[in-house]
Design a protein around this ligand. Structure first.
Ligand SMILES: NC(=O)c1ccc[n+]([C@@H]2O[C@H](COP(=O)([O-])OP(=O)(O)OC[C@H]3O[C@@H](n4cnc5c(N)ncnc54)[C@H](O)[C@@H]3O)[C@@H](O)[C@H]2O)c1
Ligand SMILES: [Zn+2]
Length: 355
C-alpha cells in the first residue's frame, strides 16, 4: 500500500510519498538524477543506509542524534564539512533521521549557498507525522528552543514506515503524542479511530500504521497551507498545531532538553494542562477532558510531571515565541476535534486554575 500527498505552497510544490519497505528503492530513484548528492544520516540508521548498494558512490556525513545537535556548533561543523566536500548550488542534501536531524539539516540546506535542494527521509514516528511536514526548521539557543531557523520547503519527503522497526518504544510513544495532538485539534473521528487502533500502531501493523501517518499528515497540511509562515492569529492559524506545546516547550527548556522527557512526553503533559485549562474555563466538557487524559494514560504517555507547576516553567512560558507584544497566546479546545487560539489569558490566573 502506498499513498501520496501533494503540498503546494507559494514557494514550492512537492510531494510526500508514503510506502512500506520503499527506502532503498527510493534512494536509488533520487540518486539516479545527475546531481551532486550529499547524505546527512543519523548513526542509528547508518546500517540500513549502508545496505543501499550505491552508497559508496556518494558522500555522507553521519551523526549521533539528540536535541543537542540543534546547536550553532553542529550547524557550523556540518556546514563546513559540506563546503569542504564541494557542495554547490545544484547539489541536493538528503537528510535521513529523526526530527532533530531534519530540523538541523533543513536549516543548513536553506542557508548553505543560500539554499540547496533538500530531500527529507524521516526515520522516527515523530518526524514522519509531524516535523518533516511544513517546512519549518531550526536550532536551539540558550534562550529557548527553535529560536533560530527558517521556513524552507523540501523538494520531496519520503516516508517508509517500516524504518520504525528499530525505533525504541519510548520514541514511538513520543511520535504518537503528536498524532493524538492532530486528532484533538481537528478530527474527532480520527481520535475515536485512534482509541480503537493505537495498539496496532504500537505493534507496527503496516496498514494501520500507514493510515495513522497519512491521516496525521493531512491534518498538519491543512494548517500549513492556510498559514504557511504562521502569520494568522485566528482559528486557522498554524499556531493551532502548537496545542500542548506552550507548557511542553517550557518543560523541555526547564529540563535543558535532557533525556528526562522526550518531546512527545513533554507535549503529552502540555496537552493535559491545556485540556485542564479548557475544562476549568468551561470551554471543554469534563467528559471530553477525561477522554483525553485516559487515552494518553492508556498509551503510556505521561500526564503529570512533578515539576510541571514550577515557577521557572511559568517564566519560560513568558518567553514562548508565540507571544507577540507581550501577549501570551494559548491554544485551547472546546471539544475533541476543535481547537482555538486565545490571547487574553492571565498567567497568574492559569496558575491558580490548574494547581
Ligand atoms: N520542524 C517542525 O515542524 C517540528 C515539529 C515537531 C517537532 N520538531 C522537532 O523534532 C525534534 C524531535 O524529533 P524526534 O523525536 O524524531 O527526535 P530525534 O531526532 O532525537 O530522534 C529520537 C531518537 O531516535 C533515534 N532514531 C532515529 N531514527 C531511528 C530509527 N529508525 N531506529 C532507531 N533509532 C532511531 C535518534 O538517533 C534519537 O536518538 C525536536 O527537536 C522538535 O523540536 C520539529
Ligand atoms: Zn511537537
Amino acid at each position: 500500500m502506498n499513498k501520496k500527498i501533494n503540498i503546494k505552497t507559494k514557494e514550492k510544490s512537492y510531494s510526500i510519498e508514503i510506502e512500506n519497505n520503499s527506502f532503498h528503492k527510493k534512494l536509488e530513484k533520487i540518486t539516479s538524477i545527475k546531481k551532486n548528492t550529499v547524505f546527512i544520516v543519523d548513526n542509528k540508521v547508518l546500517k540500513i543506509f549502508k545496505k543501499f548498494k550505491n552508497y559508496k558512490k556518494f558522500n555522507h556525513i553521519s551523526i549521533n542524534c539528540s536535541e543537542k545537535i540543534k546547536s550553532f556548533k553542529i550547524y557550523e561543523n556540518i556546514t563546513q564539512k559540506l563546503l569542504k566536500l564541494g557542495i554547490d548550488r545544484s547539489s541536493q542534501i538528503v537528510a535521513i533521521g529523526g526530527g532533530t536531524l531534519g530540523d538541523l539539516s533543513g536549516f543548513i540546506a536553506s542557508t548553505v549557498m543560500r539554499g540547496v535542494d533538500l530531500i527529507l527521509i524521516p526515520t522516527t514516528l515523530l518526524s514522519q507525522v509531524d516535523s518533516s511536514i511544513g517546512g519549518k526548521n531550526g536550532i536551539n539557543t540558550k534562550y529557548g528552543k527553535n529560536l533560530v531557523g527558517t521556513f524552507y520547503q523540501p523538494k520531496l519527503v519520503i516516508i517508509d514506515p517500516s524504518l520504525l522497526k528499530t525505533l525504541p518504544v519510548r520514541e514511538l510513544r513520543s511520535g504518537y503524542a503528536e498524532i493524538v495532538k492532530h486528532s484533538i485539534i481537528n478530527d474527532k473521528k480520527f481520535f475515536n479511530w485512534l482509541e480503537k487502533n493505537s495498539k496496532f500502531i504500537f505493534d507496527l501493523q503496516p496498514k494501520i500504521l500507514l493510515e495513522a501517518i497519512y491521516k496525521s499528515i493531512i491534518i498538519k497540511r491543512k494548517f500549513v497551507l492556510k498559514d504557511e509562515k504562521e502569520k494568522l492569529r485566528n482559528n486557522y492559524s498554524r499556531a493551532i498545531l502548537n496545542f500542548g506545546h506552550t507548557f511542553g516547550h517550557a518543560l523541555e527548556t526547564y529540563y535543558n532538553y535532557n533525556k528526562k522527557l522526550t518531546h512527545g512526553e513533554a507535549i503529552s503533559i502540555g496537552m493535559t494542562i491545556s485540556a485542564k485549562i479548557s475544562y476549568k474555563l468551561n470551554y471543554l466538557s469534563y467528559q471530553n477532558y477525561e477522554k483525553i487524559i485516559s487515552h494518553l494514560n492508556n498509551n503510556n504517555l505521561p500526564t503529570f510531571d512533578k515539576n510541571m507547576y514550577n515557577k521557572n516553567i511559568f517564566l519560560n512560558i513568558k518567553k514562548d515565541k508565540k507571544n507577540l507584544n507581550g501577549v501570551i497566546n494559548f491554544v485551547l479546545i472546546n471539544k475533541i476535534g476543535n481547537a482555538f487560539l486565545i490571547n487574553n489569558l492571565n498567567l497568574k490566573n492559569i496558575k491558580k486554575i490548574i494547581k
